[in-house]
Design a protein around this ligand. Structure first.
Ligand code: IPM
Ligand code: MG
Length: 366
């Protein structure tokens, strides 16, 4: 009998509730068909929590997240909350939970599924077989640096400013995380910075290099962020693992996701020092298609697979989920975001139905 695991489900805003609903069906199926013993509880987060409780990250939601073994998040934000006070916006809830739970290591894989090779805007020979991992520092850098403000100068002009700061321990732990991941892959790590201009990057480069002494098998390279953006589009398969700071990682990971043609396919994990994590699709809340049962639930379902593998150490269940997704893609089933022009499309819930149908029933129960 496997030990019970708990997941906090935070559906959030926009398409978040629709896509997480499909992941919940997958959990139910794993419980029924594979005695997975996963329990879950939902809580409001982001704009939905603001509407209910006046804050994007209510204490009860944070408590649930702390108590649970892992967190599965849909998406947050939307035009409805764009004009409210900055400190109450959905995005602040997301930054708040990352920081409160110390989820400093953000893993954003960009994998091209062979079935979707022609969904990319890049030539097939540039992207086929693409499999890169972006390791983004998530709780430091300019996103959190102090001081920050919009203020009035003595001359009566307004001035907006933020601070880009990285401490040595912050760089050390994300570097360690990235080398560890590189060791499990092709053992090539590219650190991305702007060391030709920024002091924080100069320290970043020095520390990443130093941490590498403990990982002699990993081949380390350094690249400036502007060049890395260019190389990612020019010849993305040169990369195995990329490690970078919060803001550069935000930008690079959106660019990388588009190489695969479909941001609707990509999962992500944000982990703390002990491997506890929050898992979420890389895509956002897509307000334009919210509530229309059109969104692709695959990124969220693959986020669940990542959760099962990394936080629950249930590679067996993760494999089941991932092969169900692959077989559905092989069968040609497509939501709008991954369909070729003119190709028939299915709804969010139909995609969920098909994935559920592809999850086998365990032959022997133990
Ligand atoms: C992401 C998003 C967030 C970020 C926003 C919604 C705060 O773009 O997860 O990449 O910038 O980190
Ligand atoms: Mg982003």
């Amino acid at each position: 009998m496997s030990q019970a695991h708990t997941i906090a489900i935070l559906p959030g805003d926009g398409i978040g509730p629709e896509v997480t609903a499909q992941a919940v069906r997958v959990i139910d199926a794993l419980n029924e068909r594979h005695s997975a013993a996963i329990s879950y509880e939902q809580a409001p987060f982001g704009g939905a929590a603001y509407d209910l409780h006046g804050v994007p990250l209510p204490d009860t939601t944070l408590d649930l997240a702390r108590r649970s073994d892992a967190i599965l998040l849909g998406a947050i934000g939307g035009p409805k909350w764009e004009s409210i006070e900055r400190s109450l916006r959905p995005e602040r809830g997301l930054l708040g939970i990352r920081s409160e739970l110390n989820l400093f290591s953000n893993l954003r894989p960009a994998i091209l599924y062979p079935e979707l090779a022609d969904a990319s805007t890049l030539k097939p020979e540039i992207v086929s077989g693409l499999d890169i991992m972006i390791v983004r520092e998530l709780t430091g850098g300019i996103y959190f640096g102090q001081p920050r403000a919009i203020e009035q100068t003595e001359q009566g002009e307004r001035r907006g400013f933020n601070t880009l700061v990285y401490t040595e321990p912050e760089i050390r732990r994300i570097a360690h995380s990235a080398y560890t991941i590189a060791m499990q892959r092709d053992k090539r790590l590219c650190s991305v910075d702007k060391a030709n201009v920024l002091e924080s990057s100069e320290l970043w480069r020095e520390i990443v290099t130093d941490v590498g002494k403990a990982f002699p098998e990993v081949e380390l390279s350094h690249m400036y962020i502007d060049n890395a953006c260019m190389q990612l589009i020019r010849s993305p398969k040169q990369f195995d693992v990329l490690v970078t700071g919060n803001l550069f990682g935000d930008i690079l990971s959106d660019a990388a996701s588009m190489l695969t043609g479909s941001i609707g396919m990509l999962p992500s994990a944000s982990l703390d020092e002990n491997g506890k994590g929050m898992y979420e699709p890389v895509h956002g809340s897509a307000p334009d298609i919210a509530g229309k049962n059109m969104a692709n639930p695959i990124a969220t379902i693959l986020s669940l697979a990542m959760l099962l593998r990394s936080s629950f150490e249930r590679a067996d269940l993760a494999d089941i989920v991932e092969s169900a997704v692959r077989s559905v893609l092989k069968s040609g089933m497509r939501t709008g975001d991954i369909a070729k022009p003119g190709e028939p499309t299915v709804s969010t819930s139909e995609m969920g139905d098909a994935i559920l149908a592809a999850i086998p029933v365990a032959t022997n129960s133990n």
